[in-house]
Design a protein around this ligand. Structure first.
Ligand SMILES: [Zn+2]
Length: 121
């Protein structure tokens, strides 16, 4: 979870219900409700993200959204079974490689610049 979600900062669920604070979520709480935003009965290990962390996450997601809008507008219309590449309008240094599935026309696209733009629709 991230600062934006409102979950406890320790929340983790990767195959086992053990959070980053070492709490066995299933054993102690029965479920993960204590980890969610605004829990009725918060865990005594619960720690919220700081306002600065939340703001940094909001800024990061705003930038991701802005890059996504630029890239989606630059991609050609869906033509199932086609592929190609375009110069990336977001980072202006990378290249977006894209492919439209021949079956359903879904698009997979990714900029060559790490962390710039990627979609699987
Ligand atoms: Zn890019």
């Amino acid at each position: 979870m991230s600062a934006k979600s409102g979950h406890c900062r320790h929340y983790a669920y990767e195959g086992r219900m053990i959070c980053r604070a070492g709490v066995d979520i299933g054993k102690v709480h029965g479920n993960a409700l204590a980890c969610l935003p605004n829990p009725k009965r918060p865990c005594d290990q619960r720690e919220e993200f700081t306002a600065e962390e939340v703001e940094a996450e909001n800024v990061r997601w705003k930038a991701i959204f802005e890059r996504m809008v630029l890239c989606l507008a630059a991609l050609p219309g869906a033509m199932p079974g086609t592929s190609g590449h375009i110069d990336c309008p977001a980072c202006k240094t990378g290249r977006i490689d894209y492919v439209f599935s021949p079956g359903n026309g879904h698009c997979h696209a990714r900029c060559t610049t790490p962390e710039c733009f990627e979609m699987h629709q």
